[in-house]
Design a protein. Sequence first.
Length: 251
Amino acid sequence: MESMDSSSFKLIALDMDGTLLNEEKRISEENREAILAALKAGKTVIMSTGRGVQSAMPYVKELGLCTPIVAVNGSEVWESPDKLLSRTLLEAETVHRLHALALEHDSWWWAYAVEGIFNRESESMDIDHLNWLKFGYYTENLEKLALIRTTVAGWGILEITNSHPCNIELNPRGVSKASGVEAVCQLLNITMSEVIAMGDSENDISMIRAAGLGVAMGNAQEEVKRVADLTTLTNEEHAVAKVIHDYLLTP
């Protein structure tokens, strides 16, 4: 990677789990201080996460962020923590099919709807009357996982990624963290070449590829490292702070 001065970049998009958060699901003091320094320097720091906004919000509040949020892998883009910019829903018929597939393979599943988070243990779930954002499967049986993935891929209507080697995450076709960050760039009148994107999983690949500087975590899946411009430290080593200081704040 050829050297760049910090004025090249105006925004950093951060995955949360495995990236900003350590294994205890906390933001380290080093990462927090670096984020606050970036904001003070006039840079934009956003969360770009597979989590629903309700799950991301405690961390947004902890940092005092009022910047945009890319949630549920891009199915929602928030202009600010209290103002929705766009939302792309899964059709109820598709959720019925995904749910049936989970039952067929006896797989753990979870799903984000505007109304809340549902999973295999949810007692009541009226699929037809909820607004669905993302569906996921989790199983440590990788053969079963591959079979589910192949089946869903054959439908040709969904974005298929993961946030862990043992899961699959499904969003509407064309929706990704990249599409979410691009929407934020349009909002802020900047380009993707002025973005740093950091992540560790398959659902981060789209934004890492599209960003001016795509950064894989030291703990990232190998495929993420292959497509990134550089690989940094792990989420236990305050990698976010290092990248902010090296590429966003260094003159």
